[in-house]
Design a protein around this ligand. Structure first.
Ligand code: CUA
Length: 167
């Protein structure tokens, strides 16, 4: 079989591109821990409080077992509701020890938002009518900024919080 020079070049280029894309996907999945959020679970976006996890008293950080935490959040334009602290102030920072397993559960009352903990593998789309869940192990200490990475309106840039992982 005779292949023209250009055919050979494109064949090699095509196969090399495919190998590169598979390598990038494999790196993201197995090394960086990127994976889709939870299975489909629906919720009434106008009555999120009816769900056990999103009752006002259950919002924010909870230690469910030794080294295991759950963080419940309700997103809305333009805020992440982590509940309130003892003084009645809105919580904007959560603290967990290094090596702990943290399950983030989040839903939204209005439009599509994002929930990314920059520097970790937590990156979810938050859609009205759905519960997004992702469990991760906090391997590194530091302050990680939570950002909304889906444009949701004029206050989009005001949606942020901090996850602090201490030694
Ligand atoms: Cu919420 Cu952008």
């Amino acid at each position: 079989m005779h292949l023209h020079k250009f055919e050979k070049i494109w064949l090699v280029f095509g196969m090399a591109s495919l190998a590169l894309f598979l390598l990038i996907t494999g790196f993201a999945a197995f090394w960086k821990g990127t994976h889709p959020q939870s299975h489909i679970e629906t919720i009434d976006p106008q009555n999120v409080e009816a769900h056990e996890a999103f009752k006002p008293e259950n919002l924010g950080l909870q230690e469910v077992a030794d080294g295991k935490y759950t963080v419940n959040i309700v997103a809305s334009a333009f805020n992440y509701d982590f509940g309130t602290d003892a003084d009645g102030k809105a919580v904007k920072r959560i603290r967990v020890p290094k090596g702990s397993t943290v399950l983030f559960q989040i839903t939204t009352k209005d439009v599509v938002h994002g929930f990314q903990v920059a520097g970790t593998n937590v990156n979810m789309m938050v859609e009205p009518g759905h519960v997004s869940r992702l469990e991760t192990v906090m391997k590194n200490t530091g302050e990680f900024t939570v950002v909304c990475n889906e444009y949701c309106g004029v206050g989009h840039h005001q949606m942020f919080a901090v996850v602090e992982v201490y030694e």
